[in-house]
Design a protein around this ligand. Structure first.
Ligand code: GLU
Length: 265
C-alpha cells in the first residue's frame, strides 16, 4: 500500500512536471517569438515616411515607396523572410508612428525617427543608422538669412517632433526669441508658410528638402543632431536586439554607407 502510494505520488509529480513543461511550451508557442510571428505572417510591417525624398517617399505615379529607409526595410525583410519584397509599408507621421507601434499595426518604424532619452523609455531603438540635423525653410521674399533673423517671428513645427525643443535652444543661443505654431502634418506647415501664417518651417533638413520649391529657400543653419534609429514596441526585446545586430553589421560592412551614397544623403 505504502509502495503503491509512493508510485502514485511519483506519477502525480511526473504528471505535474510534464504538465508544467507542456504548458510552458504551449505558452511559448501560443505567444510565439516575435521573429516567428513575422515569419508566420509572411510579411514585415514597417511604418515609413511617404513625403521625405531619398528616405521614404511614395511615388504616386507607380504607387511604390522609394528611398534609403525603404531599402533598409527590404534588407531586414530579406534577413527575416528571405525576400526583400515581403514588406508591407504603412505611411506614418511624427504623431502616428508611436501609436501604430503600440497597437501592433506595424512591427517596426523606419521613418526619420530620432533616438532620444525620453523616447527610449517607451520604444526600443536600434543603433543609429543615420544622423541628420534640424533646419529652417523660409520664403525667399522674407529676407530671413539665418537663425538670428527669426527674433519675434513665428515658426511652424510638427506635434510630437523634436523640432520645437531643438529650435528653442538654438534660437536662444543666438539671442533670438521665437514663437511657435504646432501642426499635425508637414503639408499643413508648408501651407501656413505659403499663406504667411508662419514665418519659417522647422524640422530635420532631410524632411524640409521635400517641401523646397521655387518660392522657398532652405537656410544653411543646421543644428541639434538627429540620430535616426529603427524603433520597435517596447516589449519586443527579441526583435529589437535582432534588428540592432543587423544595423551594427551593416554599419560595419559598408552596406549602409553604400545606400547613403546611392541616395546622396
Ligand atoms: N526626426 C524628428 C523626430 O523624430 C522630426 C520629426 C519626424 O521625424 O517627422 O522628432
Amino acid at each position: 500500500m505504502k509502495f503503491a502510494k509512493k508510485i502514485l505520488c511519483a506519477a502525480l509529480i511526473l504528471a505535474a512536471v510534464a504538465g508544467t513543461v507542456f504548458a510552458g511550451g504551449k505558452t511559448e508557442s501560443a505567444q510565439g517569438g516575435q521573429l516567428d510571428k513575422i515569419r508566420n505572417a509572411g510579411v514585415l510591417k514597417v511604418g515609413v515616411k511617404s513625403d521625405v525624398p531619398n528616405f521614404g517617399l511614395l511615388n504616386t505615379a507607380s504607387n511604390t515607396y522609394e528611398g534609403f529607409e525603404i531599402e533598409l526595410s527590404g534588407l531586414i525583410a530579406k534577413e527575416i523572410l528571405g525576400d526583400a519584397a515581403k514588406v508591407a509599408f504603412t505611411p506614418v507621421t511624427a504623431a502616428t508612428r508611436g501609436p501604430l507601434l503600440d497597437n501592433g499595426d506595424i512591427d517596426l518604424v523606419i521613418a526619420t525617427f530620432t533616438i532620444t532619452e525620453e523616447r527610449k523609455l517607451t520604444y526600443n531603438f536600434s543603433t543609429s543608422y543615420y544622423t541628420d540635423a534640424v533646419g529652417l525653410l523660409v520664403k525667399k521674399a522674407a529676407g530671413i538669412s539665418g537663425l538670428d533673423g527669426l527674433d519675434g517671428k513665428t515658426v511652424g513645427v510638427a506635434q510630437s517632433a523634436t523640432s520645437r525643443q531643438a529650435l528653442e535652444a538654438a534660437a536662444s543661443a543666438v539671442g533670438a526669441s521665437v514663437k511657435f505654431a504646432e501642426f499635425a502634418t508637414y503639408p499643413e506647415i508648408k501651407a501656413a508658410l505659403d499663406s504667411g501664417r508662419v514665418d519659417a518651417f522647422s524640422v530635420d533638413r532631410s524632411i524640409l528638402r521635400g517641401y523646397l520649391d521655387s518660392e522657398t529657400v532652405l537656410l544653411d543653419d543646421a543644428f541639434s543632431p538627429q540620430d535616426y534609429g529603427v524603433a520597435s514596441k517596447f516589449d519586443n526585446k527579441e526583435l529589437a536586439s535582432y534588428i540592432d545586430g543587423l544595423i551594427q553589421k551593416w554599419l560595419g560592412d559598408g552596406t549602409i554607407k553604400a545606400l547613403t551614397d546611392k541616395y546622396k544623403i
